[in-house]
Design a binder for this molecule. Structure first.
Ligand code: FMN
Length: 388
C-alpha cells in the first residue's frame, strides 16, 4: 500500500496496533504493520526490558511506544506515590472494601486490605507521576523507536522536545476537532482521531463523524482513524473518510499473543457490541470498557460515592482489578461478575482467538477485496463484461 503514513514510517500496511503486550507489538510489526507498546503499566526498568526484547524480535522494523501522561498527574499531589495514595478519601476505600465483601472476594490482610487498598495500588501509585512518565519517555527514546504517542491531552513539552532531539515523530490521540487543533499547535506530527466507539478513554463523537472533520482541520498532518476498526471493510471505510491509515486496540485483546486475563478473554469472546459502557469507574475519566458488576456498582448503586478524578480512581480500580482477576481465575463467582477490561464496541465482532499476524493478513485481504468491490460499482458494465 502507498499512503503518506506508509512512506513516513516505512511500513507495508498503514495498520497500527496499540497493545500493552510486547508479543502483539512484535507480531504486527513483523507482519508489515506498526506495533505500538502501551507503556502505562510499566516501570522504566520493565519498559527497558520489554523494548530490548522487541528490538531483538523485529530486526530493525518500525515500532513505537505510547505513554499516558494525563495533565493532573503533574499536580503536586502526584509528585510521589505515597502522596497520591493519601489523597484517596476514606469513603471510596470503604466502598471498595464493601464491594469485595458483597461479592465474596477476599481482601488482602492488614489495615490496607481492610481499607480496600493493597500492595498493587501502592505499586501503581509510584509509577503514575509526572516524574514516572518522564522516565518512561527517556527510556523509550533510548531504543530505536519510530514513534512516541501521548494518550491523554496534548503531549507534555518534555515529550515533544526530547522526541524532536532524537528525531522521533510524536503522535497524539484526539476525540474532537478542537483537541486535534490543540495537538497540532503543541507540535504533534501525527494525529490519531479516535471515535467514541473505541476501547479506553474516549470522547463523545463517533469515528464516522470525527475522522473527516479532523482530516480537514489538520491537513497536511496525516491522520489515523481509530475506534471501531477490526476488519478490512472497516479499514477501507476509514481510508474513504480521508485517513492515511488505521490505529486499532480492541482487536488484539483476543489474539493468541495477548496476555489478557483468562476470565476477561472469555467475557470478550462472548460479548456483543451492546456489552460495553463509557464509564469513569476504572480511571476517573470516561473510558469504554466491558459492562460488569464493577461499572454498575460505581455508576448506578445509590450508595456509590462516585468515581474519583484521574489518577486516584485509576489507582483504586487498578489495585482492586488485579485482585479481582486473580480471584476470578480460582473460580470465585463474585469476582467473575466484577471483572472487566477496556474494550470498544467492536468486541461484538471478536468471537475467535487468532494469531496477531493472521489478524493483519485477514484485514489486508478483506481491505483489498473491498476496494475491488467498490471499484466495480463505478465500472462500465458493458466494458467490464468484455467484447462479445
Ligand atoms: C485495553 C485497552 C487499553 C488502552 N489503553 C490505552 C493507553 O494506555 N493509551 C492510549 O493511547 N490508548 C489506549 N487505548 C486506546 C487505543 O490506543 C485505541 O485508540 C483504541 O483501542 C481504538 O479503538 P478500538 O478499541 O475500537 O480498536 C486502549 C484501548 C484498549 C482496548
Amino acid at each position: 500500500m502507498h499512503t503518506d503514513v506508509c512512506a513516513m514510517f516505512g511500513v507495508e500496511f498503514p495498520l497500527f496496533a496499540f497493545s500493552h503486550c510486547r508479543d502483539v507489538v512484535a507480531a504486527v510489526t513483523n507482519a508489515g504493520g506498526f506495533g505500538v507498546l502501551g507503556a502505562v503499566a510499566y516501570s522504566a526498568e520493565r519498559l527497558d526490558a520489554e523494548l530490548s526484547w522487541i528490538d531483538r524480535q523485529v530486526d530493525g522494523r518500525p515500532y513505537g511506544v505510547d505513554v499516558l501522561v494525563p495533565g493532573g498527574i503533574a499536580e503536586p499531589a502526584g509528585a510521589d506515590g505515597a502522596a497520591v495514595l493519601d489523597a484517596i478519601p476514606q469513603a471510596h476505600r470503604e466502598f471498595v472494601a464493601r464491594l469485595f465483601a458483597k461479592y465474596g472476594v477476599p481482601l488482602p490482610d492488614g489495615p490496607a486490605g481492610a481499607a480496600g487498598l493493597g500492595a498493587e495500588t501502592a505499586d501503581v501509585a509510584r509509577r503514575v507521576t509526572a516524574e514516572g512518565a518522564t522516565r518512561l519517555i527517556d527510556t523509550a527514546l533510548k531504543h530505536p523507536i519510530r514513534l512516541i504517542a501521548s494518550a491523554l491531552g496534548p503531549p507534555p513539552p518534555v515529550m515533544v522536545e526530547r522526541a524532536r532531539a532524537a528525531g522521533v515523530p510524536v503522535a497524539a490521540l484526539v476525540g474532537s476537532v478542537e483537541h486535534a487543533r490543540r495537538q497540532v499547535a503543541a507540535g504533534v506530527d501525527l494525529i490519531v482521531a479516535q471515535g467514541m466507539e473505541a476501547g479506553g478513554h474516549t470522547g463523545e463523537i463517533s469515528t464516522m463523524v470525527l475522522v473527516p472533520q479532523v482530516v480537514d482541520a489538520v491537513a497536511p498532518i496525516p491522520v489515523l482513524a481509530a475506534g471501531g476498526i477490526a476488519t478490512g471493510r472497516q479499514m477501507a471505510a476509514a481510508l474513504a473518510l480521508g485517513a492515511s491509515g488505521v490505529w486499532c486496540g480492541s482487536v488484539w485483546l483476543t489474539t493468541e499473543e495477548a496476555e489478557t486475563d483468562p476470565v476477561v478473554r472469555r467475557k470478550l469472546l462472548a460479548a456483543t457490541s451492546r456489552d460495553t459502557v463509557r464509564s469513569r469507574s476504572r480511571t476517573g475519566k470516561p473510558a469504554r470498557q466491558l459492562r460488569s458488576a464493577w461499572t454498575r456498582e460505581w455508576d448506578e448503586a445509590p450508595e456509590s460515592p462516585g468515581p474519583l478524578p484521574m489518577p486516584l480512581q485509576l489507582l483504586l480500580a487498578e489495585g482492586a482489578m488485579r485482585r479481582i482477576a486473580r480471584a476470578a481465575e480460582s473460580g470465585n463467582p463474585g469476582a467473575e461478575e466484577l471483572a472487566n477490561y477496556f474494550v470498544g464496541q467492536v468486541v461484538g465482532q471478536l468471537d475467535r482467538v487468532r494469531p496477531a499476524r493472521q489478524v493483519v493478513y485477514e484485514m489486508i485481504e478483506e481491505f483489498t477485496e473491498t476496494l475491488d468491490r467498490l471499484g466495480r460499482l463505478t465500472a462500465d458494465p458493458e466494458r467490464a463484461a468484455g467484447p462479445e
